[in-house]
Design a protein around this ligand. Sequence first.
Ligand code: FE
Ligand code: FE
Length: 163
Amino acid sequence: MATEKTLDDLFLDTLKDIYYAERQIVKTLPKMAKAATSPELRAGFEQHHTETEGHIERLEQIFELMGKTPRGKTCDAILGIIEEGKSIMEDFKGSVALDAGLVSAGQAVEHYEIARYGTLKSWATQLGMKEAAALLDATLKEELATDKKLSQVAITNVNQKAA
Ligand code: FE
Ligand code: FE
């Protein structure tokens, strides 16, 4: 009989999911920065690109804490979200609505990450993995701040221009 899977297995599985997702995101953010017409939005994507490199490092630290080799697991959700973002970049290229579209694509990515990091943090706490929980929380805070910043850029800068 197969051994029953536990929260540890689910945690590792989900860690692989977000590790895969982050490595896709780190490749996508420079393209979004390049596409942005608002300097503020571009700077925001660039800053978050740097932060995202840190997110990958934190995940690698967690794999290490668990005595595991960092490994991703294909995340269809992030691939879909990124694909939608690409479509927006293509379909709205050269239009006044492009930046608003980039903000929406960026927020979809952040919300996926927020969902994953929120869950992983609470599982880490449940499993008594204090160090991992702290690392996950540090990233979660940056994802939340990025989402908030994107909302602000949209309200103060991008949406009016697009209307
Ligand atoms: Fe991230
Ligand atoms: Fe992010």
